[in-house]
Design a binder for this molecule. Sequence first.
Ligand code: KIV
Ligand code: ZN
Length: 510
Amino acid sequence: MDKITIFDTTLRDGEQSAGASLNVQEKLEIARQLDKLGVDVIEAGFPSSSPGDFEAVNLITQEVKRPVICALTSANAEAVDKTWEAVKGAAHPRIHVFLSASDIHLSYQLRKSRKEILQLSTEMVARAKNYLDDIEFSPMDATRAEPAFIYQILEAVIDAGATTVNIPDTVGYLTPQEYGDLIQGILTNVPNIQKAVLSAHCHNDLGLAVANSLEAIQRGARQVECTINGIGERAGNASLEEIVMAIKTRQDFFHFSTNIDTTRIYRTSRLVSELTGFSIQPNKAIIGANAFRHQSGIHQDGVLKKAITYEIMDPKSIGIPSSVLVLSKLSGRHAFRERLAELGYTLSEEALNRAFQGFKDLADKKKEITDRDIESLIAEELRTTTEIYHLDHVEVSCGDHSLPTATVRLIDPGGQSLADAALGTGPVDAIYKAINRIVNIPNKLTEFTVKSVTEGIDAIGEVLVRIESEGITYTGRGASTDIIVASAKAYMNALNRLLARKELKKGEVS
Ligand code: KIV
Ligand code: ZN
């Protein structure tokens, strides 16, 4: 049975989603989890695009040693050299060079001729080849380019040393039949194609990314590029969990296998959702909250008698925890740690202590602590950014006949306690205004969502905010049984990220 190489680009194309904004530590946390999941290649970032991406790729190369660590570069000599600097510490490094190939991009965006594109592509692949062996090349917007030109570029870059050639459906335009024909055409018309691995990279603008990727492997592609939860530019990329579970569940049809440990899918999906702040739609295939819920009486009856009646996959094979009720305030540290391990978390001793304290505080307010509560506590731990200002106290007064008023006290970087108060249109507005009076950093609130983690009146409320400053989005998240406190925490989390980035930039300049 042929193996399909799973190339995960959550940290590169996925992170390009509007509003994802992961920091370096969060990227490392995701890379570690992708390693456990068993992906073959991690595309860790685009180092020449920003100092943050350079740092993240570099850190991942030091810490994650089993999979290939790939870094994307534009077809530009300086960028190729910089990309090598970022990725050279990896046990298995790869450089991924891309350059547009469609006439639409050539004439409207790059203003270059096909001849120039051909030359630049080969030159940059050859330049990267001076550094390492494992080179991938992508002719961007390949699916709207003339196939004969794609054949020509691929032949040239393989001669120059590309070991993987990737066919991006950059704007998610093709149907499965058309994408499959293109893959097959490449295998027939590129004379040296056997010297490289042919790869599929599909976007989901028409909701066809997974179908196109699966058709590509049926027609001869042996690598698929995908992301956890299908996140990515615009409507996203092909979703890893859907591709992998389709291959596994329909082995009778596909006759392929992957190296993915599918029991880690759920945990990986939750982690990416928590850290990016992109929640998963309930009906999302494989990992949506309703993916294994049966509502109709007939279905429930069938599943109770024999799961196979209405379930084509065992939820355990995806790693969905089978028990719901777990701990209470009587549970000790040992039970807490055990449950964390069962859910797939390994925390440092220090992080475990903080999470356990959070658990105890929560258990004082809430009788039953479920897995989702624990996930929320851990997410808070994982999202912790460098705390520049610490929220020490928040208090509001509001109601239908009073003016919403908030008092907040923050501890500044020098340990000084700063308090202020403000009126607002509502309690959250009042809190944010009071915080702004102290921190005094211009930003625009672009998103504010509250959701309950579990059922029940005593549930944890999770607040997610996105703020924008100088064109960059910062995501903040806060959780508490009191949604006003959660709102304050979320805003402080986003502001601290903004401030941390500003500090980093200051350091780069000086
Ligand atoms: O979609 C695309 O074209 C890409 C390339 C950079 C590979 O992501
Ligand atoms: Zn892409």
